[in-house]
Design a protein around this ligand. Structure first.
Ligand code: RIB
Length: 307
């Protein structure tokens, strides 16, 4: 099954610090690197490294970062024909500060991604029609996400939406029915306006979303695992305990692996189990895409260490 990603292209400028600076303070980073990111782009790279058939619709500026992003996609075997080049605007960038605990904070400039308009999605329609699943996040204009969801609905293509970063203006009915909704606790809280934290609260919030036309809610809880909610279904999937070095992009590792496992025919809980392991391994290495294993590396790990 071909998987279509409609995603932002972003270049990550990552500083590793002992602690993030306070206001009016400059601190020195211990390490720094530039890497290619964007949530959907990360997910596409993870899925591709695990063997998925991937196509990507995205946008990049005609600048230094845009050239680097395109080269990175090509190196990862991702078809770049549907990456629109937007003149006179910067490629999307994000500045990320990672603390020793692996936690991070970030600042975005969306740049060219804001020019991935609904019209551009329709220009890619022929390629998108050949996909068995469309995957989206919220790093693009909401109108673009809505048009893509509508396109998927009209062409009977299931959608996986990862509503990240959460946009409070998201109108759920415009992305429903949605086969998979992959989100974290903070996103669940923002979207429903309900408290989270305890299982009871989470259950109530997820239940509210199910009534709105989402079929399968996959809630990621970081080092605490993940939960699948569907009508009459609540299944908890644990994760590996690891020493975190850098959690940036761990959610994307989860989603990319989940998608590839599901596309290969795995049932939802098994796809979540694999995705949890894959994401846990990614936080033991620095970087986002740099921390994603190939299919061979992941299989070796699963054969060796995990029952
Ligand atoms: O999820 C992590 C990603 O979010 C980073 O790679 C950054 O590009 C941002 O989009």
């Amino acid at each position: 099954m071909k998987i279509g990603f409609i995603s932002a292209t972003i270049v990550d400028l990552v500083s590793y610090v002992d602690r993030a600076p306070n206001y009016d303070e400059a601190t020195t980073a211990k390490d720094f690197h530039i890497a290619c990111g964007g949530k959907g782009a990360n997910q596409a790279v993870a899925a591709k490294r695990l063997g998925a058939d991937v196509m990507l619709v995205s946008a990049a500026g005609e600048d230094f970062f845009g050239v680097a992003a395109l080269e990175n996609f090509q190196r990862n075997g991702i078809d770049t024909r549907r990456i629109f080049k937007i003149p006179h605007v910067s490629t999307g960038v994000v500045m990320i500060i990672v603390e020793p605990s692996g936690q991070y904070r970030s600042i975005f400039y969306h740049g060219a991604n804001d020019f991935l308009s609904p019209e551009k999605i329709l220009q890619a329609a022929d390629d998108l029609k050949s996909c068995g699943l469309l995957v989206m996040q919220l790093e693009l204009p909401l109108e673009t996400v809505y048009v893509a969801a509508d396109f998927a609905r009209k062409n009977n293509i299931p959608v996986l939406l990862n509503p990240s970063p959460m946009n409070e203006n998201l109108e759920l009915e415009k992305v429903c029915p949605c086969e998979f909704f992959v989100l974290n606790e903070i996103e669940l809280k923002t979207l429903t306006g309900l408290p989270v934290g305890s299982l009871e609260n989470i259950r109530a919030a997820a239940g509210k979303l199910l009534t709105r036309g989402l079929k399968n809610i996959i809630l990621t809880l970081g080092s605490r695992g993940s939960i699948w909610f569907a009508e009459g279904v609540e299944e908890f999937v644990p994760t590996l305990e690891v020493d975190a070095v850098d959690s940036t992009g761990a959610g994307d590792a989860f989603t990319g692996c989940f998608i590839q496992s599901f596309a290969q025919g795995k049932k939802i809980p098994e796809a979540m189990r694999l995705a949890s392991k894959y994401a846990a391994l990614s936080v033991t290495r620095k970087g986002t895409q740099d921390s994603y294993l190939t299919a061979g590396e992941f299989k070796n790990f699963c054969d060796l260490k995990v029952s």
